[in-house]
Write a protein that binds this ligand. Structure first.
Ligand code: F6P
Length: 360
């Protein structure tokens, strides 16, 4: 079959994640070796596409990337469809500038690697006439249509290590340790690191918490002779009262907190128990550094399949994985959605059966 895609652009957008470089490498390598395509690197996400900040990627550009963290292309959170700023020099709106640069650089297609925001923009660009495919990257694992996203398992390893390590100091000092992990509005990192790190309680956004239930768990542990407790709090966790607020009121309440949720939970526990609490925010370490072997494999699997998608002109799709198999999922079915933990997820049952308090 003759391959009509001769040249494509590739960009990474949104928060970085381990495995981005491995995916770029796999995409460009397969595209060149198998199909003879040429790759154009677009710098700093959609911003580079708007400003024409791009160049052809040569062989050395895509070498030595499999173990490298971050993204050689840089990234930004630019959202061209939400940006009404007209460029003074060209008189173009961001989306118009994107179309101009796509034409000017003779691109036959565009590969957008990113999370929910990136794939929503990718979907809109496809609808406005560009040949676009999306790749599912995020440490949050919250992209609809793909069982897993790359970056998630590396971040999970880091978060698990933090929960693991905190046990020794918690025990030495007879303290309650709160470990706050990332995950944006979902609890995948929280639940999985809580289970794999052996936490006593895990608070996630999908299950609004009642602090009394955490306090009960801590007391129960003390009564059975355990002098410390480890509580994992996902950054998006919310109380039962907050869960009743509408989006605007919730945002306002959170802004007035002036601190992240882990600190509030620690304060609530301290006030209710009189026990000493400490907070550790694992933060950006979760998305920094070299990808795990799982993420290297997974990024390579998806990146290489993306080249097939280009050759087969499967535009308007996310290169997703379902039950281990590469699957084309329409971008418009992914756009604007967030994949939280379903309330009947088997890992929630495992947590409850193991006596892990979920704040219910
Ligand atoms: O989406 C990935 C993520 O790391 C989230 O877990 C976190 O909430 C957010 O990005 C942090 O974003 P920023 O890079 O804008 O601080």
């Amino acid at each position: 079959m003759e391959c009509r895609v001769k040249r494509f652009g590739v960009l990474t957008s949104g928060g970085d994640a381990p495995g981005l470089n491995a995916a770029i490498r796999a995409l460009c390598r397969t595209a060149k070796c198998k199909y003879g395509m040429e790759a154009v690197g677009i710098f700093n996400g959609y911003r580079g596409l708007i400003n024409g900040d791009m160049r052809i990627l040569s062989e050395p550009d895509i070498s030595g990337l499999i173990a490298q963290g971050g993204t050689i292309l840089g990234t930004s959170r630019e959202k061209p469809f939400k940006n009404p700023t007209v460029n003074e020099a060209t008189g173009l709106l961001p989306v118009e500038a994107i179309k101009e640069n796509y034409k000017k650089w003779n691109l036959d297609a565009l590969v957008c690697i990113g999370g929910n925001g990136t794939n929503t923009t990718a979907s809109l660009l496809f609808q406005s006439g560009l040949n676009v495919i999306g790749l599912p990257k995020t440490i949050d694992n919250d992209i609809e249509g793909s069982d897993v996203t790359f970056g998630f398992y590396t971040a999970l390893d880091v978060a698990t290590d933090a929960v693991d390590r905190i046990h020794s100091t918690a025990c030495s000092h007879s303290r309650i340790m709160v470990v706050e992990v990332m995950g944006h509005k979902v609890g995948w990192l929280g639940l999985y690191s809580g289970i794999s790190g052996g936490a006593d309680a895990v608070l996630i956004p999908e299950i609004p918490y009642d602090i009394n239930s955490v306090v009960e768990k801590i007391k129960e542990r003390r009564n059975s002779g355990k002098n410390f407790s480890v509580i994992v709090v996902a950054e998006g966790a919310k109380s039962k009262a907050e869960a009743l607020l509408d989006k605007k009121a919730f945002k306002k309440a959170r802004a007035s907190m002036h601190t992240s949720i882990g600190f509030r939970v620690a304060k609530e526990i301290e006030e209710a128990t009189g026990l000493e609490c400490r907070v550790t925010v694992v933060g950006y370490l979760q998305r920094s550094g070299t990808p795990s072997s799982y993420d290297r494999l997974f990024s390579t699997y998806i990146g290489s399949a993306a080249a097939d998608f280009l050759a087969e002109e499967k535009f308007g799709n996310l290169v997703a994985v379902q039950n281990g198999i590469i699957t084309a999922v329409p971008l418009d079915s992914v756009a604007g959605k967030t994949k939280g933990i379903p309330l009947d997820h088997p890992m929630l049952k495992t947590a409850r059966d193991m006596g892990i308090c979920l704040g219910e």
